[in-house]
Design a protein around this ligand. Structure first.
Ligand code: ADP
Ligand code: MG
Length: 753
C-alpha cells in the first residue's frame, strides 16, 4: 500500500496526505482524521498549538542557582508520600516528593503539599516540565509546589532525554490540542518531521504588502508558530497567520458581494419631495431622534443610487428602528413600487401590521386613494392568501408585512422596490439572490440584468464592532446609538433563593402595578415540565393564575400554541384585559406593549446575556418606571461564578453594547470559526474577535480596495489571492461559536457557490 515510508530526504507538499510522513500508517491516519480533522500535511500544520509551555528557563541542575526560578525537565523516577502532623490542626500535612531525573542524569526533587494526587498524575516514567523556585535542602535540589506540564510517557515512546535536549534549544514548547492516542509531544514530533521535509512554501501575499504591514513570510510563520525560538517570533508568526485567515475571508466576502452586484441592477428609490415618506415623518407625534435623522441621511444615499442597498440597521431595543423601516418602505412606494416588511415570527408580523396601520393612518390606509397594506403569514386563510397574491402581482398592494412566507415560491410582486427585514441577521447573499426572482415583473429582454430591491436588515442584537465587521463584511452598517427621549429607566434586580421573601414582595408589587393599569411578563425557559430542571410556562401559568393571582387575569403564550390562541392571548394582554403574560422567549423580539412595566425572568441562569437584555427590552417602553427581576438558582441548578458574573452584568447596566462586549469577555471566546456547509471546520483557526480587531479592520479595508479595483481578482498580480480565497472558502460559511461549541451567534457571511 501507499504507506511505504518515503526516504526522509524526499520533499513533501502541503497538499500531500499525512501518510507520506514516516510512521503514519492506516491506523494513525484514521485517528488523526477523526480526532482533529487532519488529513493532509496542511491540516497538520494548521493544527496550531493551543498554548506554549514557556521553557525559557529550561536548565540543567548544574546551571541552577538557588532561589531563582527555573524550569527543569525530566523523567519521574519514584514517589515518597508521608503525613506530618501539624500543630494546632486536625488534618496532618500531606507531603509528596517525586524524584525526577534529568537528561544529564542529575536528580532533583519536586515537592507538593496536600497534593498527593500528583503521584498518580505523574507516575514513574512520566516526562514533565517543572517550573518553580529552586531550593537547596541538605544536598538535594528541590522545587517546591512547581507548575507542572506533562510532556508524555516514556512507555508511550517518548525519549525523555531527546525531549529535554530539544527544549534546551527551543525554549518554547508548543502544547497541542491532544487526545490520549495522540498526546501533544507526539503531534509535535509529527509536525517537526513534516516541517523538516517541507521545502520553503511560496508566499501568496505580494511582498509589497508584507513590507507595508510588517508581516513575516508565510514560510517563516508556519515554522515560527510551531517551533518558535522565542516569544517575538511566535507573536509575529501568529499575526501573519491571522492576517491570512481574515484577509482571505474578507476578500471572499467582498468579492462575492461585488459579483452579485455586477449581475444585478438596483432601483432608484430617491426620496421624493413631499412624498408619503416625508408626510409620514411630518405626521409623527414626535420629532426623529438625531440618530434616526442620521440614518435617514445615510439611507437616502443608498436609496438614490441604482446599486441595490444592502445595509444593516443596528439599534438597541427601543431605539426606534420601526420608524426608519417604515420611512424606507414608503420611499419605494413614493417611487411607484411595492415594499415588504419581513419578520421572523407570526406574533411579530401581526404586531408590525398593527403598528404600521396605526402609524400610517394619517396617510390613509386601505381606503380609497390610501395606501394598500396587507398581512401575509402561514395562518392567513387560503382565500385571503389567494386574493393577496393576486394583488401583489397586479401591483395593487403597496406594503406587505409577513414572515418568511413572503420568500416562498408563488409569491411574486409586480415591482418590489424595498425589503426591510426585522430582527434577523441571517440574511446573507444567498437570501438576497432569492429576492431577484421577486423583484421585477416579467421582462421581455432576456439579456436584461436582474433587478434587486433595496434591502435593509434590522437587528437589536448589539453586535460588537469587531463581529459586525467580520460577519457583515458584505453589509454597510448604520447604528442607532441614541434612544428617544423620555425613556423610562429600568431597575434590574437579581434574586437568589436565599432571599425567598422577595418573591412574595414582587407578587404584591405586580398586583399594585396591575391596579394602576400596568402589566407584567413572566418568562420561563420551558414550554412543558420535565425537559430540564427549570420552570415551564404551562405549570407556571397554572400556578400564577390559581394560587398567586386568582384576582388577576393571567395569559399564556408559547411557540407551540395555535396561531389564533397566541393572537388571542396577545390581544388580551395588550388591551389590558389580562395583566400578566406568562411566556417563553417568543416575546424576546420586538413585542411592544407600553403598559408592561415588569419583566420577571425565571431561571435566568438559563439565558445568555443578549437574551436577557432583549427580554428586558420589552419593558420601559413609555408606561412608567419599569422593573426587571431575574430569579436565579431556584430550580436547584448550580450557579457557577461565570453565570453569576453574567447575571450581575445584566443587572448592572442597560447598555446593550457594553453588555455585548462583556459577553464576549466572559465567554473568554469570541473565537471565530469557519464552517463548511457539511459542518467541517474551515480555515478560521487562529483569529480572535477581540484581540485581533485591528487586523479585522485592516483586512477589511485592504480587501475592499483590492476588490474595488479588480472585482474578479483577475489581474496577474491578484492570481494568487484568488487561488487562496478559493482554496480556503469555496462553498463555505462562517460563523462564530463559543469555545465549547455552542453557538454564540451564527451568521452566514459567505455563502459562495
Ligand atoms: P425598536 O428599535 O426596538 O424596534 P421601536 O421602533 O419599536 O423600537 O420604537 C420603540 C418606541 O419608541 C415606539 O413606541 C416608538 O413609537 C417610539 N419612538 C420611536 N422613535 C421615536 C422618537 N424619535 N421619539 C419618541 N418616541 C419614538
Ligand atoms: Mg422593533
Amino acid at each position: 500500500m501507499s504507506d511505504t515510508p518515503t526516504t526522509p530526504a524526499t520533499p513533501i507538499g502541503l497538499d500531500d496526505r499525512v501518510g507520506v510522513l514516516a510512521g503514519v500508517g492506516a491506523k494513525a491516519r484514521a485517528d488523526l482524521a477523526d480526532a482533529f480533522g487532519i488529513e493532509t500535511v496542511r491540516d497538520l500544520l494548521e493544527h496550531y498549538p493551543r498554548r506554549y509551555q514557556d521553557a525559557g528557563e529550561v536548565l540543567d541542575l548544574s546551571e541552577v542557582r538557588t532561589g531563582e526560578p527555573a524550569t527543569l525537565i525530566g523523567e519521574v523516577l519514584d514517589w515518597n508520600t508521608r503525613r506530618v502532623p501539624k500543630r494546632g490542626q486536625r488534618r496532618p500535612l500531606e507531603i509528596a516528593e517525586g524524584r525526577v531525573r534529568q537528561a544529564s542524569g542529575r536528580v532533583f526533587t519536586a515537592t507538593f503539599f496536600n497534593q498527593n494526587w500528583r503521584a498518580g498524575q505523574l507516575a514513574p516514567g512520566t516526562v514533565a516540565a517543572f517550573s518553580g523556585k529552586v531550593k537547596r535542602f541538605r544536598n538535594d535540589l528541590q522545587l517546591a509546589s512547581p507548575d507542572v506540564e506533562v510532556i508524555g510517557k516514556v512507555a508511550a515512546g517518548l525519549d525523555a532525554d531527546a525531549a529535554a535536549e530539544r527544549l534546551r534549544h527551543q525554549r518554547l514548547l508548543a502544547v497541542y490540542p491532544a487526545t490520549e492516542a495522540w498526546p501533544s509531544f507526539k503531534l509535535a514530533r509529527l509536525v517537526e518531521a513534516a516541517l523538516e521535509r517541507l521545502p520553503a512554501v511560496p508566499d501568496w501575499l505580494p511582498e509589497r504588502l508584507l513590507d507595508e504591514l510588517d508581516l513575516v513570510a508565510y514560510d517563516d510563520a508556519i515554522r515560527g508558530i510551531h517551533v518558535p525560538p522565542d516569544h517575538a517570533t511566535r507573536t509575529a508568526a501568529r499575526r501573519r497567520l491571522v492576517f491570512d485567515e481574515l484577509f482571505a475571508l474578507q476578500l471572499g466576502v467582498q468579492r462575492r458581494r461585488a459579483q452579485l452586484e455586477a449581475e444585478v441592477v438596483g432601483v432608484d428609490n430617491t426620496p421624493v419631495p413631499n412624498g408619503r415618506a416625508q408626510q409620514f415623518l411630518d405626521a409623527l407625534p414626535f420629532p426623529p431622534t438625531g440618530a434616526q435623522q442620521r440614518a435617514f441621511t445615510e439611507l437616502a444615499q443608498d436609496l438614490g443610487v441604482r446599486r441595490p442597498m444592502h445595509r444593516l440597521l443596528q439599534g438597541d431595543v427601543g431605539s426606534g428602528k420601526t420608524i426608519v423601516a417604515v420611512w424606507t418602505l414608503l420611499n419605494a412606494v413614493d417611487n411607484g413600487r411595492q415594499a415588504a416588511l419581513m419578520v421572523p415570527t407570526e406574533v411579530l408580523a401581526e404586531q408590525h401590521f398593527r403598528t404600521l396601520t396605526t402609524l400610517l393612518a394619517p396617510l390613509g390606509v386601505n381606503v380609497l386613494d390610501g395606501l394598500r397594506v396587507e398581512l401575509l403569514t402561514s395562518s392567513t386563510t387560503t382565500k385571503a392568501r389567494r386574493r393577496i397574491l393576486g394583488e401583489l402581482l397586479s401591483g395593487d398592494v403597496d406594503l406587505i408585512v409577513g414572515t418568511h412566507a413572503l420568500l416562498e415560491e408563488g409569491v411574486r410582486f409586480a415591482d418590489l422596490g424595498a425589503v426591510v427585514i426585522d430582527e434577523q441577521h441571517r440574511f446573507g447573499v444567498a437570501q438576497r439572490v432569492r429576492l431577484k426572482e421577486k423583484a421585477g415583473g416579467p421582462t421581455l429582454d432576456p439579456d436584461a440584468p436582474d433587478v434587486l430591491p433595496d434591502v435593509l436588515v434590522m437587528t437589536a442584537t448589539p453586535i460588537p464592532r469587531s463581529l459586525a465587521l467580520t460577519l457583515y463584511g458584505d453589509l454597510d452598517v448604520t447604528v442607532l446609538d441614541e434612544l428617544p427621549p423620555g425613556r423610562e429607566p429600568i431597575t434590574t434586580q437579581l434574586i437568589t433563593p436565599t432571599q425567598a421573601a422577595r418573591r412574595d414582595r414582587l407578587y404584591a408589587f405586580v398586583r399594585e402595578q396591575a391596579a394602576e393599569g400596568r402589566r407584567a411578563y413572566v418568562v420561563c425557559p420551558l414550554v412543558e415540565p420535565g425537559e430540564l430542571p427549570a420552570r415551564d410556562v404551562t405549570t407556571e401559568h397554572r400556578r400564577l393564575a390559581e394560587e398567586v393571582f386568582p384576582d388577576l387575569t393571567v395569559e399564556l403564550i408559547h411557540g407551540r400554541l395555535r396561531p389564533d390562541a397566541k393572537d388571542a392571548a396577545m390581544t388580551r394582554f395588550r388591551s389590558g384585559q389580562a395583566q400578566v403574560l406568562v411566556a417563553t422567549t417568543v416575546i424576546e423580539v420586538g413585542v411592544d406593549v407600553p403598559e408592561a412595566t415588569i419583566m420577571v425572568i425565571e431561571d435566568a441562569e438559563r439565558f445568555g446575556i443578549s437574551q436577557l437584555h432583549q427580554l428586558r427590552g420589552r419593558v420601559g417602553r413609555g408606561g412608567g418606571a419599569s422593573y426587571c427581576v431575574l430569579f436565579a438558582g431556584w430550580s436547584g441548578a448550580e450557579l457557577p461564578e461565570v453565570t453569576m458574573q453574567r447575571l450581575e452584568a445584566v443587572a448592572a447596566t442597560t447598555d446593550g453594547f457594553l453588555l455585548a462586549e462583556t459577553d464576549l469577555d466572559l465567554r473568554g471566546a469570541g473565537v471565530l470559526f469557519g464552517r463548511t456547509q457539511s459542518g467541517k471546520k474551515s480555515d478560521i483557526k487562529l483569529a480572535h474577535l477581540r484581540r485581533d480587531r485591528p487586523l479585522i479592520e485592516e483586512t477589511r479595508t485592504r480587501a475592499r480596495a483590492v476588490v474595488a479595483e479588480d472585482p474578479d481578482l483577475a489581474a496577474p498580480e491578484h492570481r494568487s489571492l484568488r487561488d487562496e480565497v478559493a482554496r480556503r472558502f469555496e462553498g463555505r460559511g462562517v460563523e462564530v461559536v463559543e469555545e465549547d461549541g455552542d453557538e454564540l451567534a451564527a451568521f452566514a457571511a459567505l455563502e459562495t457557490g
